[in-house]
Design a protein around this ligand. Structure first.
Ligand SMILES: Nc1nc2c(c(=O)[nH]1)N[C@H]1C(S)=C(S)[C@@H](COP(=O)(O)OP(=O)(O)OC[C@H]3O[C@@H](n4cnc5c(=O)[nH]c(N)nc54)[C@H](O)[C@@H]3O)O[C@H]1N2
Ligand SMILES: Nc1nc2c(c(=O)[nH]1)N[C@H]1C(S)=C(S)[C@@H](COP(=O)(O)OP(=O)(O)OC[C@H]3O[C@@H](n4cnc5c(=O)[nH]c(N)nc54)[C@H](O)[C@@H]3O)O[C@H]1N2
Ligand code: SF4
Ligand code: SF4
Ligand SMILES: [Mo]
Length: 889
């Protein structure tokens, strides 16, 4: 790091090259007030309060925009500067009301007024409380523009605009009226940027009350944003982004910012419970654990270890999940262990592992700013991975990159894309095969890369020869020319980065769909370099970690196949691993239906709500002799089917680590004490193992002690000590304490060798087709404001933003059917029906429907089909033929 020496107020100070004088002053602890400055944005001086005197210059200079340089001599304080600041602050004080200083002491203007002893003189208000999470009072606005800039430059939403000039200047949301009616996505960035009480948190947050701030990781999605949780009286009262976080760089989305209230919700269940004849009965831990231990042992004795199964939680820590997998293998003696990665990105992991040797994202989020082209296939990151979505969108808005979007809906990224391929749901394969055909037919493939790293070009070329764009276009419902354009753009733009989501994986041919993407990347040499690669946008906060810790029937911690890791794991565990292969989640359900699996322990996974074809999956759950649910809430699975409920504490109440979608392991820290009798999952599992007389190897002092065992059985994670993960985490492979971690995989060799082979693929259309009785094609997914089973988002301030699922369709179809926005409709598939309100959505194509699956009152999965991916059995949630009728008012 280059340093320079400057003199500040007569003192020599070392500074980093590139720093501003304001940053140096802030580090020294005697910075002048700086109201318009935001550490996340480039300087744009307006308030002039941070001015300093510079030797050799007549007028004061804004220190926020003054870079340090060798020999610079600065005075940060002088009678003239003080008089100037005082005068300015007095003028600004007219925008504050006297009570503001008490009520919002953390706001920069209020701190400056207090420091100068200036009493605010403002009166009047222009309140807009139309937004449930953000309180607006424009009488308090000082026109510093930070809100507008942060919204524009960080979130990319352009909600705030300044109208007029001089004294008459006014801030307005893009609706021209209220914030509630604007395009605001409630990321909250403008709230923490605002230096006055013009924008403050509503929806239960009062950051000024915080007594402690704890650095941790968001408990929602797989982006893995680092945040600081402000707490007082065992409640979360404030949330702010970590500014130096490598993942989110000072940003959060609505769930991170406003969705953390779930831990303190009154819906939490905080005592163990047993289901008796007359319903649930609270009991003590001893009773609950004895009951579970006794029944598990009895089933094991009567029907064998493989009559039992365990499901880990993608919401819990790596340490919890490692112990879950160990519980299944070491305590119960079965490989019947899985997690919800099965229904989500198991196809991605399988395809990446098979073709590239490592079942995880090849790149890093920082490649977003390095790439020239995004290929976004079946993913909607602006709602589902919003901080990544915002970063992609910003690159497109700046013109730094282009995009190809493959998605039936016109998503936010599709709006900005050079090519949007709005294919019919379920037709990824023909489209991608045709893109490969064009690449080869036009000779656009990367001959040099193929010569060095790729085999089977001939066989592959033969396999795609018949897949002309015209043939694919007819199946996919897109223009042949658009397929050609996409193929040319992808082959000719370097580097190109692919992000894919469930539109690719939750398909009958999910694994093959991802293989088709990998084939394209191999053909075009778009892998193994900065800005190029393949990236599944993993779902929950720790779904990558859950499977990677061994909650997967075929692999042990580290994603190591059982036979490859057996010796090492047996040595560390001191016990032989079972010999019989395990069942995955879907196979466990089939076995339960058939009476072969009889007992299931489910940690943090709402099967009853989220599995497809509820009628069939509920049948399986009903047949179980023992269902134990370990969760924060009595979710649908627990409420409908469980025999025992064990209260786990949330990730706000425990230590550990999460693994995000870019292979980054980050530290999670307890910000609250466990509520009620709830315990961390790993402690419950340890106690249960002890009750079963098999506690050895299951008792740990701390989450860190568990993690240290993980590092023994997983060589590629050996370097990830808690001490090294302290700030920002590290990306595996990271083999020892000196290893800086790995940003880009496959640079010189793939996981299994220097070369790999292209994989010829066939298209098999989904058996789920529309006909006269079921004429509409329904695809299912998620929205920004609710999260999966909605146990957490629904128990937080987010519930106000999207209280129910909706059935989305385009305006033309609604008009044709004589339906209005908000009207209730009944949707019926060949398997069941659900009722929900209609929502008009311009993103949809005529003839297509989209619905979310979050609301337990709707239970949308009564409609979805039991069709599965042939490789790893992920359900085909994305294709469902339905009929539609109006529910009479
Ligand atoms: N706000 C919010 N964020 C979430 C979640 C949440 O519930 N709410 N859930 C988390 C989880 S568990 C996951 S796995 C991720 C999922 O994140 P995504 O993968 O983005 O999830 P989806 O919305 O299910 O589907 C993505 C897109 O696939 C498109 N699609 C549908 N059918 C097809 C098709 O046949 N082909 C193609 N190419 N596209 C298709 C849909 O139109 C949709 O835009 O999000 C995570 N983040
Ligand atoms: N129709 C349709 N259905 C779908 C999908 C779709 O696209 N369409 N997507 C599928 C996908 S990708 C997924 S991932 C699933 C998601 O379905 P789920 O995995 O069931 O959903 P989540 O809301 O992520 O929450 C799981 C549970 O974890 C609990 N929990 C949270 N933290 C902890 C903890 O620390 N410990 C414990 N023990 N429990 C905790 C929560 O209370 C919740 O009950 O849904 C699937 N279902
Ligand atoms: S909350 Fe986010 S999206 Fe909404 S106005 Fe503020 S910065 Fe813009
Ligand atoms: S993008 Fe994901 S991890 Fe980041 S704040 Fe939003 S929900 Fe949390
Ligand atoms: Mo997921």
């Amino acid at each position: 790091m280059q340093t320079v020496t400057i003199r500040i107020d007569g003192q020599a100070v070392e500074a980093r090259a590139g720093e501003s004088v304001l940053e140096v002053l802030q580090r020294l602890g005697h910075a002048p007030p700086a109201l318009c400055h935001d550490p996340r944005l480039p300087p744009a001086p307006r308030c002039r309060l941070c001015s300093v005197e510079v030797e050799g210059q007549d007028d004061p200079v804004n220190s926020c925009a003054l870079p340090v340089s060798e020999g610079l001599v600065v005075r940060s304080d002088s009678p003239a500067l003080q008089a100037y600041r005082h005068q300015w602050l007095e003028a600004l004080g007219a925008h504050c009301r006297p009570e503001d200083l008490e009520r919002h002491p953390q706001k920069a203007l209020h701190q400056a007024l207090r420091a100068q002893g200036i009493a605010p003189s403002g009166q009047g208000s222009r309140v807009d409380d139309s937004h449930p999470l953000i309180h607006v009072d424009l009488a308090r606005c000082i026109s510093c523009q930070r809100c507008a800039r942060v919204c524009h430059e960080l979130q990319g939403q352009d909600v705030w605009h300044q109208l007029g000039r001089g004294e008459g200047v006014q801030l307005v949301p893009d609706s021209g009226g209220s914030l509630g009616a604007s395009h605001c996505v409630a990321c909250g960035a403008c709230v923490d940027a605002c230096p006055t009480a013009a924008l403050v948190d509503a929806g239960g947050l009062q950051p000024e009350r915080a007594e402690h701030w704890t650095r941790s990781v968001c408990s929602y999605c797989g982006v893995g944003c680092e945040l600081e949780l402000g707490t007082a009286d065992e409640q979360v009262v404030g949330v702010r982004p970590v500014l130096d976080a490598p993942v989110n760089k000072g940003h959060l989305c609505v769930k991170g910012r406003y969705g953390q209230g779930f831990a303190q919700s009154s819906r939490r269940v905080l005592t163990p419970m047993l289901r008796r004849e007359d319903g649930w009965q609270a009991c003590c831990w001893d009773e609950a654990l004895d009951e579970v231990a006794r029944r598990l042992l009895a089933l094991q004795a009567a029907h064998g270890a493989d009559s039992l199964g365990v499901l880990g939680s993608a919401r819990a820590t790596n340490e919890d999940n490692y112990l879950t997998a160990k519980f299944a293998r070491h305590v119960l003696g079965t490989h019947n262990v899985d997690c919800c990665a099965r229904v989500c990105h198991a196809p991605s992991a399988a395809a990446l592992k098979t073709l590239l040797g490592t079942g995880a994202a090849t790149s890093s989020y920082d490649d977003i700013e390095r790439t020239r082209l995004f290929l976004v296939a079946g993913a909607n990151p602006n709602e589902n991975h919003p901080v990544v979505g915002a970063r992609i969108r910003q690159q497109l808005r700046r013109g730094a990159a282009q995009a190809i979007v493959i998605d039936p809906r016109r998503t936010e990224l599709a709006e900005l894309a050079t090519v949007h391929l709005a294919l019919r749901p379920g037709t990824n394969l023909p489209l991608l095969l045709a893109m490969a055909q064009v690449v080869l037919a036009e000779g656009l493939h990367d001959r040099d890369f193929i010569a060095r790293r790729v085999d089977e070009l001939e066989a592959f070329a033969v396999s795609v020869r018949e897949w002309t764009p015209e043939r694919a276009a007819a199946i996919c419902g897109v223009e042949a020319e658009a397929i050609r354009q996409a193929a040319r753009l992808y082959a000719n733009t370097r580097p190109a980065l692919c992000f894919h989501g469930l539109g690719m994986t939750e398909q009958g041919q999910g694994t093959e769909g991802v293989m088709a993407l990998i084939n394209l990347a191999l053909l075009c040499g778009q892998i193994g370099q900065p800005g190029a690669g393949l990236n599944p946008l993993r779902g929950q906060n720790n779904v990558q970690g859950s499977a990677h810790m061994g909650c997967e029937p075929g692999s042990l911690a580290g994603g190591i196949a059982i036979e490859a890791g057996r010796a090492r794991t047996e040595q560390v565990w001191g016990r032989a691993l079972p010999q019989r292969p395990g069942l995955n989640l879907m196979q466990m359900l089939d076995a339960a239906e058939a009476g072969r699996v009889r007992g299931l322990l489910v940690l943090g996974y709402d099967l009853a709500l989220s599995l497809p074809d509820s009628q069939r999956s509920w049948q399986a759950l009903k047949r179980l002799d023992l269902l134990v649910v370990q969760d924060l809430y009595l979710n649908e699975t627990a409420a409908r089917f469980a025999d025992v409920f064990l209260p786990a504490c949330s990730t706000l109440e425990k230590d550990g680590t999460f693994m995000n979608a870019e292979r980054r392991v980050q530290r999670v820290r307890a910000a609250l004490r466990p509520r009620g009798q709830s315990l961390p999952d790993w402690q419950i599992l340890g106690a249960l193992a002890a009750r079963m007389g098999r506690g050895e190897g299951m008792q740990f002092e701390s989450a860190e002690a568990i993690w240290d065992e993980v590092r023994q059985v997983w060589p590629d994670g050996a370097g990830l000590s808690y001490a090294r993960l302290d700030r920002g985490g590290l990306q595996w492979p990271c083999r020892d304490e000196d290893d800086p971690g790995t940003r880009v995989l496959h640079a010189e060799r793939f996981g299994h060798g220097v070369r790999t082979s292209l994989r010829p693929l066939d298209y098999r259309p989904s058996p789920e087709v529309c006909d006269a009785d079921y004429p509409w094609l329904l695809s299912t997914g998620r929205n920004l404001y609710q999260f999966n089973a909605a146990t957490m988002s629904g128990a937080s301030a987010l519930q106000a933003l999207r209280p129910t699922d909706t059935l989305d369709l385009c305006a033309a179809d609604a008009e044709r059917l004589g339906l209005r926005e908000g009207q209730r409709v009944r949707v019926r598939s060949r398997r069941g029906s659900a009722e929900l309100p209609l929502r008009i959505d311009a993103r949809l194509q005529p003839g297509q429907l989209f619905a979310t699956f979050h609301d337990p009152a709707v239970l949308l999965n009564r409609l979805t089909s039991s069709e599965r991916d042939r490789w790893v059995h992920a359900p085909e949630y994305k294709v469902c033929a339905v009929q539609l009728e109006r529910v009479p008012d």
